[in-house]
Design a protein around this ligand. Structure first.
Ligand code: NAD
Length: 172
């Protein structure tokens, strides 16, 4: 059995890691799509697809998850929701089961005749990309919400400075 998880992962946080571990209790392999791959350098989507691949790969390695058990595939958004499931299928190894907490993702795969499971959320008020990005900008402790390896990647790419720079108001 092979499962699918799609996420923007801006950035990868401990909730993503928990859900991936949970999925791997049910299926042999998981296909992880990094969604909105075309977006970066905005406050809502600060990190490039490549940077998010790096965060996820290192976080999975840090958690002793064998690379033989996952595929990480960046996927750009498309205009037409009605053919998005086909777009995903075009880019991924075949999968049997979809895991998502996102109602739009759930709906599009249900209508494409997939079995869809909504995995339980782990402390969603804390473990969310919105909360991590908010804490980065407010100089609060964001590091506790993400795997250690993600802290290192954000440091390597100067991610905190990037976000703070982007948040500056233009002065004329
Ligand atoms: P996300 O990173 O917020 O979450 C991804 C998944 O991680 C969730 O579905 C949930 O199952 C899990 N998760 C997140 N926080 C968790 C927590 N605290 N505990 C446990 N699990 C947790 O990403 P998302 O917004 O769901 O990503 C969907 C992607 O699909 C986006 O990039 C979106 O643009 C893309 N999409 C594109 C189209 C299109 O192009 N037409 C259509 C639908 C979706």
């Amino acid at each position: 059995m092979r499962g699918l998880l799609v996420g923007r992962m801006q950035p990868v946080h401990k909730g993503h890691l928990q859900v991936i571990k949970r999925i791997l209790e049910e299926v042999n392999e998981v296909v992880i799509c990094i969604g909105s791959a075309q977006l970066s350098h905005t406050l809502k989507d600060p990190f490039t697809a490549g940077e998010r691949v790096m965060m996820l790969t290192k976080a999975l390695t840090e958690n002793n998850i064998s690379p033989s058990r996952y595929y990480i595939i960046p996927v750009q958004d498309i205009e037409c929701n009605s053919v998005w499931a086909a777009h995903i299928k075009m880019l991924t190894p075949p999968f049997d089961h979809v895991y998502s907490g996102n109602p739009l993702v759930q709906r599009l795969f249900i209508e494409d005749d997939f079995e869809v499971t909504e995995p339980p959320l782990f402390n969603r008020t804390l473990y969310s990309g919105t909360e991590v990005r908010r804490r980065i900008l407010e100089n609060e402790d964001w590091q506790e919400l993400v795997p250690e390896s993600v802290v290192k990647v954000v440091k390597e790419i100067d991610g905190v400075q990037r976000m703070k720079h982007l948040s500056k108001k233009e002065v004329h």
